[in-house]
Design a protein around this ligand. Structure first.
Ligand code: SF4
Length: 241
């Protein structure tokens, strides 16, 4: 039997085992396990409103662990400043800034207005394709997604298989109160837009503040049939709705 035919189910088995064995494990221990036992693994971070929790957990496990920061060219100035401050404060030494390909911007979004007419196409060239390229050397990646975000994330588990990589979600089961409690307990810096009503922060043109009672991501692509940028997949297909 070809090796590739064996490899894919093995990853499914690994993910299933993790989901059983680590269900009751604290996030710090799980992050340490992921970074030491699953090959070359990177944290993918937006340096958004909740990102500081995973950044802190990773920094405590290994300050040299790779952190991929998706700089779409459309982020808030506050996010760019926050990214610099957080990396310095936590002592992260291996933050890699991931940017869109210059050729894609030139040919598909020369005026930076693609998001006004086709958000999926814009996310493709500014997020999905750059991340695909950046993840090439890695065996797996860590995300900050949580069930409490709602939408497609309500069924999220600790480990998933996505293509030929494992994807780890150490905070999948965390509530908003747990996130806020961790940030307070550790005295971690908060994203400056939280005080302006932003529960979740992405690109500036596609993010708005949230109202009381809304899902944390309700302000992302508000008014559109879209709640994911496409960098996360279900059954091998990009999540679009
Ligand atoms: Fe473009 Fe908006 Fe997607 Fe950012 S979130 S890449 S601006 S469509």
């Amino acid at each position: 039997m070809p090796l590739e035919a064996l490899a894919y189910p093995m990853r499914e088995d690994i993910a299933a085992t993790i989901n059983l064995q680590f269900a009751e494990t604290d996030a710090q221990s799980f992050v340490e396990h992921v970074l030491t036992e699953h090959g070359n693994v990177a944290l993918v971070s937006s340096f958004g409103t909740e990102s500081i929790v995973l950044l802190d957990l990773v920094a405590r496990a290994d300050r040299n662990a790779p952190v991929l920061f998706l700089e779409t060219g459309m982020l808030f100035a506050q996010t760019l400043e926050y990214q610099q401050d957080v990396a310095e404060q936590l002592g992260l030494t291996n933050v890699k800034v991931v940017r869109p390909a210059a050729e894609d911007l030139k040919t598909k979004d020369p005026f930076g207005r693609l998001h006004m007419g086709d958000t999926d196409a814009c996310c493709d060239i500014r997020k999905v394709l750059p991340l695909e390229r950046a993840l090439t050397p890695y065996d797996g990646w860590i995300t900050g997604r949580k069930r409490v975000h709602g939408g497609q994330r309500k069924q999220l588990d600790l480990a998933e298989v996505e293509g030929d990589r494992l994807k780890f979600n150490p905070l999948a089961h965390w509530s908003g109160d747990e996130v806020r409690g961790y940030i307070e307990a550790k005295g971690l810096p908060k994203h400056p837009l939280i005080s302006q009503g932003y529960a979740s922060v992405g690109c500036a043109p596609c993010t708005s503040p949230t109202k009381a009672g809304e899902d944390p991501r309700a302000g992302r692509w508000r008014g559109q049939d879209k709640d994911e940028c496409g960098i996360h997949f279900i059954d091998g297909k990009a999540v679009r709705a």
